[in-house]
Write a protein that binds this ligand. Structure first.
Ligand code: MRU
Length: 349
């Protein structure tokens, strides 16, 4: 367990409470979402972020959308239900966990509607599914952590990029889950956290999260990673993923690809840690993964301060794709796989 709660359903107020990640590390404040719009805004603006956390949030978002329909005395129809799901699906395009969770909830909702459940019964039925997705997320990331920890030598110095921790999941984390499990097993590991421009998930979130658990962490700027490798300061790399194609090509936070190239040049293992819900078997390779492009001002500004001319043209892709050939292994809750072995995974429907 981590020392904080990224997201939690509060049944007494029928709201979803999110730790507002836009405000970390300066303030620990919570957002209580009671409308669908609040949930979609929270996902779009990265109050909640990280592939698994977005999926779990969206599942509760459907419950909130249905609650709103009930409060307006509307009968929840199949098309009304589909509209709620469509609003959530339109928030961010890359992390497949969002669509994976929404499809699970959609199936649950359709079954409920077919069986003639009334609004409140349907809402309760959907809440059970969202709670299950939450619980599975916690369980799977602990399993993933155990599977990955076996690959980590004692005294390893590990580079990570972005935040793939408890802040990015219901709890525990993927890349940081492996790191947590290795630390708990008594391994004396040290983490190097890339700052992760433009939104600084590494410096704002990963360092904050690791310091809470007293795991030694050193912050570096993104452009220092290859230098650290060349100086023999890094033993291996572990990052998360937002979507993995069937051939193992993996989309993750922009900059991950350059880290993988640098790791290859220095002969260092490069691991992806992700639950199997991040694998999109419908895509044959990474070129088919949709890459989100975000507001140019994220690049023109450093935090609140503008650091580029207002009129300068900007390109701001939020993710890149690391080709399978650069990935040593993919660590999941079902085991550790070479990228070309993913088809062995029996993903339950
Ligand atoms: O834009 P973000 O902050 O949602 O991007 C998050 C990442 O790229 C993470 O590395 C990924 O979602 C894995 S989280 C376990």
């Amino acid at each position: 367990m981590s020392n904080f709660q990224t997201l939690i359903w509060l049944e007494a107020s029928r709201t979803l409470r999110l730790l507002d990640q836009r405000r970390l590390p300066n303030e620990e404040v919570f957002l209580n979402c009671e409308t669908l719009l609040q949930v979609t805004d929270a996902i779009r603006t990265l109050a909640v972020r990280g592939a698994p956390a977005i999926g779990v949030t969206a599942a509760y978002g459907v419950v909130i959308g249905v609650q709103e329909e009930i409060a307006l005395n509307r009968t929840v129809s199949r098309s009304g239900f589909d509209n709620i799901i469509a609003e959530l699906a339109a928030t961010r395009p890359t992390a497949v966990n969002l669509f994976w969770a929404l499809e699970r909830v959609r199936k649950t909702g359709y079954a409920g509607l077919k069986n003639g459940l009334n609004g409140t019964e349907l809402r309760n039925h959907l809440l059970k599914e969202a709670d299950l997705i939450f619980a599975e997320d916690e369980r799977d990331h602990h399993l993933l952590g155990e599977n990955g920890a076996r690959l980590i030598p004692d005294r390893a110095r590990i580079l990570t990029h972005c935040n793939a921790g408890a802040l990015a999941c219901a709890d525990y984390g993927t890349a940081l889950g492996v790191i947590r499990a290795a630390h708990t097993a008594g391994k004396e590991i040290q983490v190097f956290a890339d700052e992760t421009r433009p939104l600084l998930q590494g410096s704002r979130l990963t360092t904050w999260e690791l310091l809470q658990d007293k795991i030694p962490v050193t912050l570096i700027c993104d452009n220092m990673a290859a230098h650290c490798m060349s100086k023999g300061m890094i033993d291996l790399v572990i990052v998360g993923a937002d979507r993995i194609a069937a051939n193992g090509d993996s989309a993750n936070k922009i900059g991950t690809y350059s880290v993988a190239l640098a790791a290859e040049a220095h002969n260092l293992p490069f691991y992806i840690a992700a639950p199997t819900s991040t694998i999109d078997f419908s895509l044959t390779n990474g070129s088919e993964i949709p890459i989100e492009e975000r507001d140019p001002d994220e690049v023109r500004f450093f935090g609140e301060k503008r650091t580029a001319p207002a009129e300068v043209k900007v390109y701001n892709p939020a993710f890149d794709v690391t080709p399978a050939r650069l990935i040593t292994a993919i660590i999941t809750e079902k085991g550790v796989f070479k990228p070309d072995q993913l088809e062995q995974i029996n993903v339950s429907p």
